[in-house]
Design a protein around this ligand. Structure first.
Ligand SMILES: Cc1ncc(C[n+]2csc(CCOP(=O)(O)OP(=O)(O)O)c2C)c(N)n1
Ligand SMILES: [Mg+2]
Length: 822
């Protein structure tokens, strides 16, 4: 179904110029007197207090890190602490207007933002709500520590709760906000709208886009603020996130209430440095960071530089920018200038900047300057400000004392419960839908042209007479995946799918044909060529409470989403203390025919990463059942598909692929053919190679092979494999992944451990060569062939009578290839 936005050559070939508007730089100029209409005296003072709390919190940490001591309390904190001393005004200004429905994401240097956002939330929340929220968080484990012997009111208690939850988290205590599994660079607390902070520079750049999409697509209130550093502007996820967030389609193609820009502010906390590299004058070319907005879209992302040394200037900017987001004209880019007095980390000798520069910024210290402006305007007295500082110092001392006490604030006891973290890697829940509203669709399912076409297909590869069904009439593997996804779109209103060429084109390899007709833009859309953001945005969408399918067109492109797949998707469930769920399915199509950069099977790389479930079906029945399970779960699933078998019919499941809903649990291998003489365990499309090998074994050598299809790599139940090996005493493992370091090797090793006494010979792995994948014409020399399996059995397990192996495997050949690294 083509779009109707024709690209008219007459129009686009016209000569002209692009003109850029003005980007405001530090335009805020109001006096305190002028601002009095916007703030009560108490508000003005609270801003001061919030900055002071951040300053003292960070100063305490600096002291702990550099001297192992703060006000008589000794403590050694071996972990990180990237402090934001000097940046307080930017953090408090950013958070001041935000409510708990507004989400912030941050960076490695986000203690200040967490505290500012938390204090802002505490100020706004009703006492009862506040109390119940604290009480219900991890069964009150955090609250209990601060509540003991506490005599103040609920809001004061909440301040203790916030500072303690953050500090205990920084010190990796179980009573911290994320059970100590997040730590300094990742601590967060979603009930206050504080979403993950990210130790990977720029990591929040695309995740926050997904959060904004979640709000937009599911009509949730609030905006999203992505707080990242100036140096992160160079990071792929940030640029990809910006492109993803500014697509024209939100305004031009999405319709009704869904039309319009994303409720998102990219707020660059611009302290002019990476670690030591200066983004102004050295490592970047933008000069003034806000300039970048000019090139992104005609709105220039409403970019602006704001003086983050003045909290009121930042608040003013956030008020104005919020209106832009409410008018659906987002996203916005803010260049919030600030400066850190502290080093990049406390061990930093500041060798990269002059003393004069540091002193000049300290001279203009935002807390001192703001305090002075308040006293000069007669809003408060110096005594009051001094009292705030003194009280804060006492408060931070108290919180530190609680946080370092091993009895009150223990680490997770891994001695008593060695699997405690393991249990938090996955959420393992079954959730049919994440919302009860009616899913937005464009037609009843039965009227869908693809559904109708599938109805006419044969769901088994042989017809009633036992003859093979023609390709045109055959229910294919791609139909199995489609049916599961289509069904879930009509069940779960939060489900969205995105990727390159997902709409109109029909998705990679026609899996999504028929979905464009069924779904509005906001549920199925094309993305920029930005694999990082395709996965990153899915992570943000998932962690906010929606279900999402992201598509990676070729497995080889996974590298472009490396950080998202390796560092983000698998880790946030555990790093949240298992509060966050991650119902994200990443479909990855493994190629063939297109050579070295389009044909590699990287399932082993993914299976190596703790925190991902990894599936690789090889039959239509399994594809549908496994996709149904993946889409009913709450964990991230990397769903591999092979382009070589998208059009196979169901050959194994008697009766063919059921029309109705059924699930195949993730982790259960399936015996595809029974046999007593040798076991062949396969992953993915190699199942069909194994079938051919098994036929040869039977015909030529009278051996009955038992073929087991792994179906899932992680989790994996070894029991059926061990049962088979007990019977056969021999096993070959085969897949299309290059053999060195492959998941087959992992399986072979585990099988050796579990079935050593039953094996006649060590398990043998038949993977692809450790080469680049060559052109189609040479693929048979790269991917495992049936004869390779026969040769491997002959050479390494049991000599086959009269067999002349082509691929002779000997100890010497194994050593030689490894020595050569191929
Ligand atoms: C992907 C990645 N590369 C490098 C680092 C090491 N590193 C940590 S912070 C930092 C500088 C970040 O600068 P900026 O984004 O401006 O944030 P700031 O530290 O100034 O707050 C670097 C290079 C990292 N954590 N992640
Ligand atoms: Mg910086």
């Amino acid at each position: 179904m083509p779009r109707t936005q024709n690209i008219d050559p007459k129009e686009v070939r016209k000569p002209g110029f692009i003109t850029f508007g003005k980007i405001p730089v530090n335009q805020y100029s109001k006096t305190i007197a002028e601002e009095r209409e916007n703030y009560s005296d108490a508000d003005f003072i609270r801003i001061y207090r919030d900055m002071v709390i951040i300053r003292e919190f960070e100063t305490m940490l600096n002291s702990i890190k550099t001297k192992n001591e703060y006000r008589g309390i000794q403590y050694n904190h071996p972990g990180p602490a990237h402090l934001s001393i000097g940046q307080e005004a930017a953090a408090v200004g950013m958070a001041y207007t935000l409510g708990t429905d507004d989400y912030i994401f941050g960076s490695h240097r986000s203690h200040g933002e967490i505290i500012a956002k938390g204090l802002s939330a505490i100020n706004k929340l009703d006492e009862e709500v506040l109390y119940s929220l604290m009480k219900n968080y991890f069964g009150g484990n955090t609250l209990r520590v601060v509540e003991k012997d506490f005599t103040g009111d609920i809001k004061e208690l909440a301040v203790h709760f916030l500072l303690y939850g953050a500090l205990a988290e920084i010190f990796a205590r179980e009573t911290g906000f994320n059970k100590g599994l997040g730590g300094s660079m990742h601590a967060f607390f979603t009930p206050f709208g504080i979403y993950p902070n990210n130790a990977i520079v720029g990591g929040s750049g695309d995740i926050s886009v997904g959060a904004a999409l979640y709000k937009k697509i599911n009509n949730k209130p609030g905006i999203v603020v992505c707080n990242i550093g100036d140096a992160s502007m160079a990071c792929g996820p940030v640029w990809e996130g910006i492109c993803f967030a500014t697509m024209d389609q939100y305004r031009k193609l999405w319709s009704g209430e869904y039309q319009g820009g994303l409720p998102l502010i990219f707020n660059f906390m611009n302290n002019f440095y990476g670690m030591g590299g200066q983004t102004y004058g050295e490592t970047m070319g933008f000069g003034i960071l806000a300039r970048v907005g000019a090139g992104v879209n005609p709105d220039m992302m409403h970019a602006e530089r704001v003086d983050g040394y003045n909290p009121l200037a930042v608040i003013d900017a956030f008020r104005r920018k919020r209106k832009i987001l409410e008018e659906k004209k987002g996203p916005v880019l803010l260049d919030t200038l600030t400066y850190r007095f502290s080093g990049h980390s406390p061990s930093d000798a500041s060798s990269y900047r002059t003393k004069e520069e540091l002193e000049a910024w300290m001279q203009e210290d935002s807390i001192t300057a703001y305090g002075k402006s308040l006293t000069e305007a007669g809003i408060t007295s110096q005594e009051t400000l001094d009292e705030i500082r003194e009280n804060t110092t006492e408060l931070i001392t108290h919180i530190l004392r609680l946080s370092v006490d091993p009895k009150l604030s223990p680490h997770i006891n891994l001695e008593a419960d060695s699997d405690a973290i393991g249990r938090m890697m996955f959420s393992n829940q079954q959730v049919e839908k994440f919302d009860n509203r009616q899913p937005d669709t464009l037609m009843p399912p039965d009227e869908n042209p693809r559904v109708k076409a599938i109805k006419a297909k044969e769901r088994f590869y042989l017809d009633k007479n036992g003859n093979p069904v023609s390709k045109a009439k055959l229910y294919q593997l791609r139909d199995g995946i489609f049916e599961a996804i289509f069904d879930r779109f009509y069940k779960d209103p939060t489900l969205v799918a995105w990727g390159e060429e997902n709409r109109d084109w029909g998705g990679a390899f026609a899996v999504y044909r028929g979905l464009t007709e069924a779904l509005p833009y906001h549920r199925l859309f094309n993305t920029p060529i930005a694999e990082g953001a395709i996965v990153g945005a899915a992570i943000g969408y998932g962690m906010c409470g929606g279900r999402v399918i992201a598509e990676i067109m070729y497995c080889d492109f996974l590298g472009r989403a490396g950080d998202e797949v390796f560092n983000q998707l698998p880790k946030w469930q555990a790093m949240s203390g298992n509060l966050i769920k991650m119902p994200v399915v990443v479909r990855v199509s493994v190629g063939s025919k297109y050579g070295a950069q389009h044909s590699q099977d990287w399932s082993s790389l993914v299976a190596h990463i703790p925190g991902l479930k990894v599936v690789f079906p090889a039959t239509p029945y399994d594809a549908k059942g496994l996709m149904n399970s993946a889409l009913n779960g709450t964990d991230p699933v990397i769903f591999f598909e092979s382009q070589r078998i998208y059009d196979v019919g169901e050959m194994f499941h008697e009766g063919g692929v059921p029309e109705g809903y059924y699930e195949i649990p993730l982790g259960e291998p399936d015996i595809k053919r029974k046999g007593n003489d040798i076991t062949i365990l396969t992953i993915g499309a190699t199942l069909y190679t194994a079938v051919k090998a098994a036929d040869i074994l039977k015909e030529k050598y009278g051996l009955e092979a038992e073929i087991i299809d792994a179906r899932t790599l992680v989790p994996f139940n070894y029991e059926p494999v061990i049962e088979s090996v007990k019977k056969t005493g021999r096993i070959v493992l085969a897949s299309d992944a290059s053999s060195r370091g492959s998941f087959l090797k992992e399986m072979a090793q585990t099988i050796t451990e579990l079935a050593f006494d039953y094996l006649d010979a060590p398990p043998v792995v038949v993977g692809s060569r450790n080469w680049i994948v060559p052109a189609f014409e040479m693929e048979k020399y790269f991917f495992p062939q049936p004869e390779w399996i026969i040769d491997a059995i002959h050479c390494r397990i049991m000599p086959l009578k009269n067999h002349n192996p082509v691929h002779i495997i000997t100890d010497e050949s194994v050593i030689k290839l490894n020595r050569e690294g191929v």
